[in-house]
Design a protein around this ligand. Structure first.
Ligand code: NAD
Length: 479
């Protein structure tokens, strides 16, 4: 299926007429083409957004809210169609797309449709000076949203929904690897009555289409989720233009397991936090640290459970692990398994490609557990972003904390313990933006979301996102 850009409420081909292939990871075949957009398309998208801004930014909050909630309802009504498209484009199990990706995309619109009606600013009475100060939060204008391939519609809408709720108009680019649900979203926005030009969706490569968004002199802010190297590049390009930047980047998250935890719950969740979405979630706990006293027990139980995970075609209901997103990504992940072995890591299970009958050219890989002894090895320091985790034992709380923090990333951490004192010590001292205790990836959309260190700058979620997409202005009135 060939797709088009969505500009000013219409589906259009790229100005240069160029297209690129879109692959189905489940069978390795090309199943469509997407626009290879250039600067001219970004210019058209920008002009359309700019023309829509005056009216949209003055549209009553109730009306904006109503349209966002309508988009949410239409996504829910089209769950099957969107989930199928997401699964086909990305390789993720259809069941996952149905349970997580598309419902969450719908929640993003519903949440920010409601949140904008509750978003308030402050006033400060300057007592004794006969003056009152108040703050208004004005939309920025035209903003850019750029998202990755792992949770395509989920993360695309996590940016777009707060941006338009706050009164901005958007030029957005999904990943060229997974463009399909972003394309379908255009139809839904039109049907929901979103005025033309408020959201413009342009497809293409990061280094050309994405770069043109970042370089555009009048696009006021960039909300980006993706790799750390890309984030650093975007920061370099955008900083001299003083653009607002929100960067959600890579992770290498620790999963710290103490002997006093609820063992069964921990084991079940750790399988999920390691391999959900083929391990391609920035929040996956890819470095597992286990207290020495339960290490051998955990190792045996974990490996046994991982071996039971079924790698298969994404549409098959019994599939736990679908296909990796692309051939280059599969090769990258396999490269890391080799690096780990060369460094002395011991593959306890997995490590090999899987041939799924009838889909022999798909990008399937066994879930892989590697035992390591040194946290400074590359497999423990670099983001793999696939179905690969390492396990390692520790003796003391102090050692566990230092292992967890000894990495350049700082997105999330998971802690398994029933000791309150330990919970508080770790929660305070872990160098991450998110700490989950006795759970994983439990999300409340009101909470701040983001990382520290090389995992990014800024926070998404709740009012944080609405603050990012608005500029605070202080007004002081003397009376
Ligand atoms: P990526 O950085 O390669 O691409 C992300 C997006 O940026 C894509 O749309 C791409 O086309 C675009 N892009 C690439 N180069 C660009 C440039 N020069 N200018 C503008 N845009 C450009 O990342 P990916 O491989 O798509 O996604 C995987 C990465 O995303 C992993 O590192 C993962 O940890 C990270 N991620 C982070 C979070 C988070 O919330 N922190 C969530 C999901 C994924």
């Amino acid at each position: 299926m060939n797709i088009q850009n969505y500009i000013n409420g219409e589906f259009v081909n790229p100005v240069n007429g160029g297209f690129i292939d879109n692959y189905n990871p489940a069978n390795g075949e090309i199943y469509g083409q997407i626009p290879n957009s250039s600067l001219e398309d970004i210019e058209l998208a920008y002009n359309s957004a700019k023309s829509a801004f005056k009216q949209w930014s003055n549209t009553a909050l109730e009306e904006r809210s109503r349209i966002l909630i309508r988009i949410s309802e239409l996504l829910e009504a089209n769950l099957e169609r969107f989930a199928l498209a997401e699964s086909k484009d990305n390789g993720k199990p259809l069941s996952l797309a149905k349970q997580i990706d598309i419902p969450r995309a719908a929640s993003n619109f519903r949440f920010f449709g409601n949140a904008i009606t509750q978003f308030a600013s402050e006033s400060h009475e300057s007592v004794g000076l006969n003056a009152v100060n108040f703050t208004v939060r004005q939309p920025l204008g035209v903003v850019g949203c750029i998202s990755p391939w792992n949770l395509p519609l989920y993360l695309f809408t996590w940016k777009i929904a707060p941006a338009i709720a706050a009164g901005n108009c958007v030029v957005a680019k999904p990943s060229e690897v997974t463009p399909m649900t972003a394309y379908l979203l255009g139809e839904i926005c039109t049907e929901a009555g979103l005025p033309n030009g408020v959201l413009n969706i342009v497809h293409g490569l990061g280094t050309t289409t994405g770069q043109a968004i970042v370089e555009h002199p009048h696009i006021k802010a960039i909300s980006f989720t993706g790799g750390t190297a890309t984030g650093a590049h975007i920061a370099r390009v955008a900083a001299p233009m003083f653009k607002k930047l929100s960067l959600e980047l890579g992770g290498k998250n620790p999963n710290i397991i103490f002997a006093d935890c609820d063992y069964d719950k921990m084991l079940e969740t750790t399988v999920r936090s390691s391999f959900a979405n083929q391990g391609q979630i920035c929040l996956c706990g890819s470095r597992i640290f286990v207290e020495e006293t339960i290490y051998e027990r955990f190792k045996a139980d974990f490996v046994q459970k991982v071996k039971q995970l079924k790698v298969g075609h994404p549409s098959d209901n019994s599939t736990n692990i679908g296909a990796l997103v692309s051939k280059p990504h599969l090769e990258k992940v396999e490269g890391y398994i080799k690096i780990a072995e060369d460094e002395g890591g011991k593959v306890l299970c997995g490590g090999l490609e899987v041939t799924v009958p009838n889909y022999e050219n798909g990008y399937y890989l066994q879930p892989t557990v590697i035992e390591v002894e040194d946290n400074s090895c590359r497999i423990n320091q670099e983001e793999v972003f696939g179905p690969v985790v390492t396990i390692m034992s520790f003796k003391t709380d102090k050692e566990a904390l230092s292992l967890a923090n000894d990495v350049k990333y700082g997105l999330s951490a998971t802690l398994w313990t029933n000791n309150l004192n330990r919970t508080m010590q770790f929660s305070q001292q872990l160098q991450t933006g998110i700490v989950w205790v006795n759970t994983w990836m439990m999300r409340d959309l009101r909470t701040p979301f983001g990382g520290v260190k090389a995992s990014g700058v800024g926070r998404e979620g709740g009012f944080e996102a609405l603050r990012f997409f608005t500029e605070a202005k202080n007004i002081c009135i003397k009376y």
